[in-house]
Design a protein around this ligand. Structure first.
Ligand SMILES: Cc1cc2nc3c(=O)[nH]c(=O)nc-3n(C[C@H](O)[C@H](O)[C@H](O)COP(=O)(O)OP(=O)(O)OC[C@H]3O[C@@H](n4cnc5c(N)ncnc54)[C@H](O)[C@@H]3O)c2cc1C
Length: 426
């Protein structure tokens, strides 16, 4: 039986970045036919589709240098052009500082709510730990009602009162009252927040980053699904019968799956894993006749639409669609059993028609439905303690969870790459 000092489970960005920088004897095992995980891209009917929008928001000099070296001359640098669609109109993102253009009574409700929240903030002692309370405290009732509650209910698939604030970090912009008032009085383009600028590959979709990264990895085996891990024997079993011995494991497999395949583990660790929940995403990609819209992506908070967001990836790079057409991604989150795909497709097309991206089915030139089983790790009150308990135990036994689903977190491609580099100690 072969022995590797380090075995990486999964060839997404996190393990690829780690394996590329690793010193010593290592192998990457990937269950799919090609590397990339969520960062694979598909070709259909002349269009290139990612697994929904995958934009590079690079905050750290180190990752910026690495990505720009890997894709030298092949990166578009873009400024976000992003909107919210509600009440039948497009208003600028972020919603909480752009009430201009909303129906007057809605704009007034949002503005008065923001004033009230500001007044109440003087009495506040600590930031609430529950998401719904945080939203009301921070933005007021109007923003909660018209954007934050319905949008986040759709994305996380759970009520806002069951979410914590642990995921907010840089992801939710927090304008001050002056910006809010200015954004209500006039149409005010504003380029704030973590995703104001982004990079995107000129050709081949986001997978071209994966390909460039994977070229530097010495041993990578695809079509190798890890099924069982025996921590006492330091052995793992691969689907189809293969076995390997390992010294250390680095795993980007979803944390509950890692726990399920690992033996022996104490009951409290298994119980912690049973408390982890996630939302899945049905991602219907469409090649359509050019609708003449030049924005990048749009948030759709209202419950009458099933999708929570859509975007036009041929506005990131023209190569994503043939001339006269546009590559569009739509995102619909669900939890548990997957709803009927035919019914979901019908509803998404109806949403696209109602929002005005297509006039009829005849405008749809290509379709590429994708299912992202693990999309959003749900930040309820169990998540933090459960992840800490599982990681503590596994890491003591030489198993290191890494990446968005290894650590069961809400994080970006850059975070996945950073975690890999940090683990490799480079
Ligand atoms: C809807 C959505 C939109 C996003 N948009 C953006 C964005 O715009 N910008 C951004 O920066 N980030 C975005 N992200 C986040 C980004 O996709 C992830 O942070 C990143 O791809 C995670 O990489 P990873 O290596 O941690 O995990 P993954 O990409 O999930 O890779 C894990 C790999 O492990 C493999 N694997 C699992 N189990 C086994 C097993 N038992 N044996 C062998 N292999 C196994 C899987 O097949 C997979 O290839 C988005 C995520 C989602 C869900």
């Amino acid at each position: 039986m072969d022995f590797y000092e380090t075995v990486f489970i999964g060839a997404g960005l996190s393990c690829l970045a780690a394996a590329r920088a690793w010193r010593g004897d290592a192998i990457v095992l990937e269950r799919e036919a090609r590397p990339g995980g969520l960062c694979r891209s598909e070709q259909a009917g002349g269009f290139t589709f990612d697994r929904t929008g995958h934009l590079l928001h690079l905050r750290h000099a180190r990752t910026r240098r690495l990505v720009r070296r890997l894709l030298a001359g092949e990166l578009a640098k873009l400024e976000r052009d992003t909107w919210v669609y509600s009440h039948g109109v497009y208003t600028r993102y972020p919603f909480q500082s752009h009430f201009h253009g909303l129906p007057p009574e809605v704009a007034a409700e949002c503005l008065l709510g923001a004033f009230e929240a500001e007044r109440e903030s003087e009495k506040r002692r600590a930031e609430p730990r529950r998401f719904d309370r945080w939203v009301l405290d921070r933005f007021g009732r109007g923003v909660a009602r018209h954007f934050m509650f319905p949008y986040n209910r759709k994305l996380w698939t759970v009520p806002p009162e069951s979410l914590t604030t642990d995921w907010l970090g840089r992801f939710v912009p927090r304008p001050d009252l002056r910006e809010i008032v200015l954004g209500a009085l006039a149409d005010r383009p504003e380029r704030g927040g973590y995703n104001a600028r982004f990079d995107y590959p000129l050709r081949g979709g986001i997978e071209s980053l994966v390909r460039a990264l994977a070229r530097g990895v010495r041993r990578l085996e695809c079509g190798c699904e890890v099924r069982r891990i025996d921590l006492d024997k330091r052995e793992l079993a691969i689907r189809g019968g293969g076995r390997l011995r390992f010294g250390r494991l680095v795993s980007s497999a979803p944390l509950p799956e890692l726990v399920r395949m690992t033996r022996p583990l104490p009951d409290p660790v298994r119980k912690a894993a049973s408390q982890l929940r996630c939302a899945s995403v049905y991602n219907l990609n469409l090649g359509i006749r050019d609708p003449g819209k030049r924005f990048h992506w749009v948030y759709v908070p209202e419950p009458r639409y099933a999708i929570y967001r859509f975007g036009i990836s041929s506005n990131f790079t023209l190569s994503a669609a043939p001339a006269g057409a546009a590559a569009v991604y739509t995102e619909w989150a669900y939890r548990g059993k997957r709803p009927d795909p035919a019914a979901m497709r019908r509803k998404v097309l109806a949403d696209m028609k109602s929002i005005g991206l297509i006039r009829s089915r005849a405008d749809v030139l290509a379709e590429c439905p994708l299912d992202l089983e693990h999309a959003y790790a749900i930040y309820d009150r169990h998540r933090g303690p459960a992840v800490a308990r599982i990681r503590r135990h596994l890491e003591k036994r030489g198993v290191y969870p890494i990446g968005r689903y290894g650590r069961w977190e809400y994080s970006s491609m850059e975070d996945a790459i950073m975690q890999g580099l940090e683990l490799a100690g480079g």
